[in-house]
Design a protein around this ligand. Sequence first.
Ligand code: NAD
Length: 274
Amino acid sequence: MTGKARGRKSIFITGGASGIGRATAKLFHGKGWFVGAFDLNETALASLAQELGNDNCITRKLDVTDKQDYENAIAAFAAETDGRMDILYNNAGIGESGWFEDIPYEATMRLVQVNFIGVLNGIYSALPLLKATPNSLCFSTSSSSATHGMPRIAVYSATKFAVKGLTEALGIEFARHGIRVADTLPGLIDTPILRNTPNRTDGTKPTEDQLKSQTKGTFRLMPPEAVAEAVWGAYGTDKTHWYVPPELVWIDRMKVFLPRYIRGKIGKSLPGSE
Ligand code: NAD
């Protein structure tokens, strides 16, 4: 063994510098895993490397939309893990909100590039390592907005449906390689994305008070560690979709039997509909 991982299990995380990715990096580090954290944000990556210890991780700038950059990042990771990867965690993502026509075309294209093409880049690039690692897991962050199409984040929601569909299909396809495929559908998670995504229609962002007052129900504000626990749970089982919180699954189930009721409830949650 020549790499820093020294035979430890390893996870490759995109969007690893912040929020859900960072919480996952810390949780797996705590369980004795070797962590690869990749992100656009080099400053936050440097502070993560300091927290985990340089011997226990590899951190590197990566733009998931750049296939060549992705292949180079995977090669750098493979050099530390002797060609192994126990989990690929496609987690990097961005948001866009507002009525469909208020979001500039270029911003929508970037959204699709990061949230969906970035996942495809990851899977194409990491597949040889996942194939070479017994019991490996290809895991991605979808969203609760992939239970029912969500207005005012319509394309964001569509990218997350794409990730969810890809997960289901590849779960069946990759069984022949011995690779499991799963995803998480988080509700409202307390991370910077909630604060950094302006509403293109009215220019507003949710205030701290608004976010912190979400204490009840399925869309209560939850810590990123709750999603990290789902990633950990997914490594131990064959379950495909990890809803955080688990009761989010009811939106998926109820829309089949009560589509009008669900549409009405989502419609009523829009501003100005009270
Ligand atoms: P976050 O903003 O804290 O983290 C996202 C990270 O992705 C950031 O560090 C950012 O620099 C990185 N990133 C963005 N574009 C990138 C690119 N092109 N290449 C590499 N890295 C890039 O937010 P988060 O909530 O931790 O988001 C993680 C994932 O969870 C995203 O896919 C998001 O869509 C999803 N999600 C979040 C919530 C929530 O409520 N926070 C709910 C459902 C799903």
